[in-house]
Every structure is written in structure tokens, then in C-alpha cells.
Design a binder for this molecule. Sequence first.
Ligand SMILES: Nc1ncnc2c1ncn2[C@@H]1O[C@H](COP(=O)(O)OP(=O)(O)O)[C@@H](O)[C@H]1O
Ligand SMILES: [Mg+2]
Length: 258
Amino acid sequence: MVALEARHLTKCYYSTVAAVSDLSFCLQEGEVLGFVGPNGSGKSTTVKMLTGLLEPTHGQVVSRGARIEQDLVHYRERLGYVPEEADLYPFLSGREYLELVGTLRSLPRQSLERKIDAMLDLFSLSAHRHSAIGSYSKGMRQRVLLIAALLHDPALLILDEPLSGLDVTSAMVVKNLIKKLGEQGKAILYCSHVLEVVEKVCGTVIVLQKGRAIAYGPPSELMKTAGQASLEHAFAHLVEGGDSAQTARDIASVMSAA
Ligand SMILES: Nc1ncnc2c1ncn2[C@@H]1O[C@H](COP(=O)(O)OP(=O)(O)O)[C@@H](O)[C@H]1O
Ligand SMILES: [Mg+2]
């Protein structure tokens, strides 16, 4: 079943140049859809429209047969969102912040406490649970954001660069978790420019360039079409059309020039 559908999404900020232009796709239950593109290609703008934070200039976001703005409260109950950047309250502890999120989500007190403690433990944050978030590293804050998005067991997950700042071990846990949640039937939009990960966890990938989808399909198909052995190379071929090895050589030679 379709969990989320983008229909001709377009967003113009101030200028007439669209940050996202006529973008349409479906996210199915049990699907992990990768959303990739260079910086500024419109990934976060799309995500903000999909979560109801930003109104599209044209087009619609549809979930369960209705436009999301018709019932944002219930839509958000089913949604877990990890934003690219978030302002966490620096004076709250990690545990207090998660209690606040769970309470706003109306989760029953006792099971909320149990869940928070188990999650803090599994994300290796137990030792810091009573310290102020202001003292946390980037990776620790990211893990708090991930827990906050997962606490209410949402059917739909929208993750904007979820591995940002994570160490190798935590990143591996989250990668495996995304796969597992997809297998369980959750619909997941995974937005990233880290292509090795996208290749491993996503069944389908949309490549964005300058706000437009320039490729849409399973990673293996994109690699085949581009005639490349990895998604990273296929992406470079599709998006940049340039030779990154040559650019690297050119930079090195500019550095060493007299
Ligand atoms: N709040 C904003 N106001 C004006 N322009 C914006 C805003 N947010 C993003 N943009 C512009 O929209 C384009 C797409 O940005 P974004 O969606 O953040 O891309 P990505 O997440 O792929 O890096 C960029 O040109 C960016 O400068
Ligand atoms: Mg972004």
C-alpha cells in the first residue's frame, strides 16, 4: 500500500527559480526510498514539504488518500522525522528531552519511561542521560534526535541525513535498524548524500539535481544505466558528468603551483 505520495511538488522560495520542481513519487509500506543529490539540490526542501513544515508552491503531498494538510495532527502521529538540523533545548538533559517528546506524543507514562531508558541504553547514552544536552557532542545529539523520532513507533519515517555526526558503530546500528524497520513494513524516506549507505539500505533511489528528479529506480538499475560499478560512480556520472579524479589532480596541481 502507498504510505506517502508526492504529486508535482514544486517550491519557489523568494526567487522565481524553483528549489524543487515538479517532483512526483510514491513511497510504499515496507519500502526504503533513498533520496540523493548534491548540496542544494532540494532534498531538505522536499522533506519539509513532506512533513508539512513547508507549504508547496504547487503540488500536493497525499497520505491515506487525503492531502496531509487536511489532517496534519493525525498525519504527524504516524510520522517520525529526523530533521537535518534541530534546535534541542540545551538546558534539558537527554532523558528530560525525550520525556517531553513522549509526553507531547501522549505516550503512557510508565511505558514511556521504560522505553526511554531502554533506548538510551541501546544508543549508548545511558551514562549521559542526566547531563545537559548543551554538553553533548554532535553524535550524541543526533542519537537523541533518532530516539525522539522512534519512540512512538511510527509507520512512516522521514530521515534527513540521519547518520550525520555518528561514529562508525552507531552508524552501523542505525543502518541495520533502517533495513529492519523496512522489513517490518514501515515506509522510510532516507535522505542522504552518503551513497555507500544508500546503496546498501535502499530498495529504490531518486536522484535529485537542481530540484528535479533525474533518475528513479533500484540502485542496481541506476548503476547499469550509468555503466558504473557503484552507486557513487553512477551518481557522479549522472549528476556531475565530470571526472572527480581529474578534478582532484587539478586541485593538487594548483596547490603545488609556484
Ligand atoms: N529557507 C530558504 N530560503 C531561501 N532559499 C532556500 C531556503 N532553504 C533552501 N533554500 C535554497 O533551496 C535550494 C535547495 O536547498 P535544500 O533543499 O536545502 O537542498 P539540499 O538539502 O539538497 O542540500 C538551495 O538553492 C537553497 O539555497
Ligand atoms: Mg539538506
